[in-house]
Design a protein around this ligand. Structure first.
Ligand code: SAH
Length: 340
């Protein structure tokens, strides 16, 4: 079966040609797919014979809402989607002043093994398809009625470990005949696959790259993030400097504050030293408790922030949204797995 929803307009045009149809059908088809239709019969301006032909050879299998939680504090909505093979992934809708943002997953599970993360506990099950990534944006919008203007790839999975799919997704979601979301409204978060960052730089996209740093020294980062053994801090920062040189885009560094692990003064000092001379923005994140993990949230965030700032680093502290609904990475899927 063909996965129509993962196809871009050029690929759809080829398909239309193969079916003996005029090229303009491709645009109609792409637009219908972008509206989240559930059957070919809804595509009313396509000839009946074409709809029947497509239904024989192509799949249209949008995700269904397996669970949904709405925060009574700030209107954050968390979705657990069930995909066609029964796998589940999460997305989160966050309402910011500058627009509605949806945080989406890129894989079912994750193989990166970060010590503080709920998404990686069961390992990686499989990669998502471009359509499954797009569907999270589309169906969050359809279900909530909130127009989505911003996307963050910060849900379950490591986007740069599913590189080609993510590139295709970006093309689809950015397309003027699709959701038409601008690259500058998209953030991609990576645990630090340095070679893939180099590869991404070559595309010269205007998206925001977020790097999950979480520690400025190899000893701590090795302990928290196995990826550091492949790409130690200096190697990673070399790719970050190169990324800025090539794209002109300032990188955002995520730093989850963990009690007694990465929140010491010397670590703030080292972090400031290592980021010196490159435009950077550090986002301090309150650690979310993961039941399986002994790591606890730091109480030193204000001091750490001040210390970085006094050394010239731009710092923000991430506001917690949806804290009443398990709205962080992998928690809802994890809960579902434990129950079934
Ligand atoms: N794999 C990518 C994107 C998914 S994780 C990455 O590693 O960047 C999105 C962000 O949430 C990352 O910065 C990740 O390190 C962070 N994160 C994961 N578990 C967390 C937790 N328990 N508390 C705070 N941040 C967490």
């Amino acid at each position: 079966m063909t996965d129509l929803r993962s196809m871009d307009p050029e690929e759809l045009a080829q398909l239309c040609r193969d079916l003996g149809q005029p090229a303009f059908r491709a645009k109609q088809l792409f637009q219908w797919l972008g509206r989240g239709v559930r059957s070919f019969d809804e595509m009313t301006d396509l000839p009946k014979a074409l709809r029947a032909k497509l239904a024989e050879t192509c799949l249209l299998c949008p995700p269904t809402v397996e669970r949904k939680q709405v925060s009574s504090l700030d209107g954050t909505v968390k979705y657990l989607w069930k995909l066609s093979d029964g796998s589940c992934v999460e997305s989160v809708l966050m309402r910011y002043q500058y627009g509605n943002t949806v945080c989406i997953s890129s894989q079912v599970g994750c193989r990166m093994g970060c010590a503080f993360c709920a998404s990686t506990i069961g390992g990686k099950v499989r990669d998502l398809t471009p359509a499954e990534m797009l569907d999270q944006v589309l169906h969050t919008q359809l279900d909530s009625g909130a127009p989505v203007s911003h996307i963050v790839l910060m849900g379950i999975g490591e986007p740069l470990d599913n590189f080609d799919t993510v590139m295709k997704f970006l093309k689809l979601v950015n397309h003027p005949d699709g959701l038409n979301i601008g690259m500058r409204h998209i953030s991609l978060s990576t645990c630090g696959l340095a070679e893939q960052i180099d590869k991404l730089a070559r595309y010269r996209l205007q998206l925001t790259l977020s790097v999950s740093l979480h520690a400025p020294d190899d000893e701590t980062r090795d302990r928290l993030m196995p990826v550091n053994r492949a790409y130690p801090v200096e190697r990673l920062l070399e790719s970050c400097r190169n990324y800025f040189r090539v794209t002109g885009r300032r990188i955002s560094y995520e730093y989850a504050m963990i009690d007694g692990v990465n929140d010491a003064d010397w670590q703030a000092d080292l972090l400031a030293r290592r980021l010196k001379g490159m435009p950077a923005h550090v986002n301090l994140i309150p650690l979310n408790n993961v039941e399986e993990s002994p790591l606890k949230p730091s109480r030193r965030t204000p001091e750490f922030q001040r210390r970085l700032e006094s050394r010239g680093v731009t710092v923000t502290v991430r506001r917690r949204l949806g804290s009443d609904i398990d709205a962080s990475c992998g928690q809802l899927r994890r809960r579902q797995m434990l129950q079934t």
